[in-house]
Design a protein around this ligand. Structure first.
Ligand SMILES: [Fe+2]
Length: 198
């Protein structure tokens, strides 16, 4: 991994994501088991293939108390049932750590959930949009458009990622495709409506 002065200037791809020379993680559909609300639609999609859902290229130039890390995320367009493709979502292991997201390409949103109150917000993320994610706030990216969503996230080097809390209980809300665009709705109500479908 590049460190120090070697990483002061990096080149990223605004169309496909990725940072030249930086390590990248990939998440495919099989890696997102349990993330989508419609389990039947998930299994049906997985039976058809295991597409790439998102990737994140990260630069960790330093790990001191004042250092920052950043990453370029690329979230593909698509849906599982009515729910848009999404990232796993996480809290920061160091809860006070905030993050700034900058939209680069595509059309999407950040689903934010206050860990203490459970209050949820859906904040648009795309070109010309910056989103501030406060500390102690679970955050997940969704792609509500029809092209890759590319974005930059900048966060304290000490933030860390806590995926376990989300994997255990998931977000309280889901983002589904409505007749007039994305709709934020209660997960339990949405799952109940699936059980009632013909
Ligand atoms: Fe984060």
């Amino acid at each position: 991994m590049p460190t120090g002065w070697d990483t002061l200037g990096q080149r990223f791809d605004p169309l496909l994501g990725g940072i030249t020379g930086a390590p990248s993680i990939e998440r495919r559909l099989r890696d997102l088991r349990g993330a989508f609300a419609d389990a039947a639609a998930y299994e049906a999609a997985l039976a058809q293939g295991d597409p790439l859902i998102y990737s994140v290229a990260s630069v960790e130039a330093g790990s001191g108390p004042g250092d920052l890390h950043y990453g370029v995320g690329t979230l593909m367009p698509g849906r599982i049932g009515a729910e848009y493709y999404l990232t796993k979502g996480h809290l920061h292991a160091w809860r006070p750590a905030a993050e700034v997201y900058i939209g680069i390409r595509g059309e999407g949103a950040l689903l934010l959930e206050d860990e203490q109150t459970g209050e949820s917000r859906l904040v648009p993320l795309g070109p010309h949009q910056v989103v501030y994610v406060p500390g102690s706030t679970a955050h997940r990216t969704v792609n509500t458009g029809d092209e890759p969503l590319v974005y930059l996230g900048i966060y304290p080097a000490a933030a860390g990622h806590d995926y376990a809390a989300i994997a255990e209980r998931n977000f309280r809300c889901v983002v589904i495709a409505g007749a007039d665009g994305p709709v934020l709705c209660d997960r339990q109500s949405f799952v109940a409506s699936l059980g009632a479908r013909p």
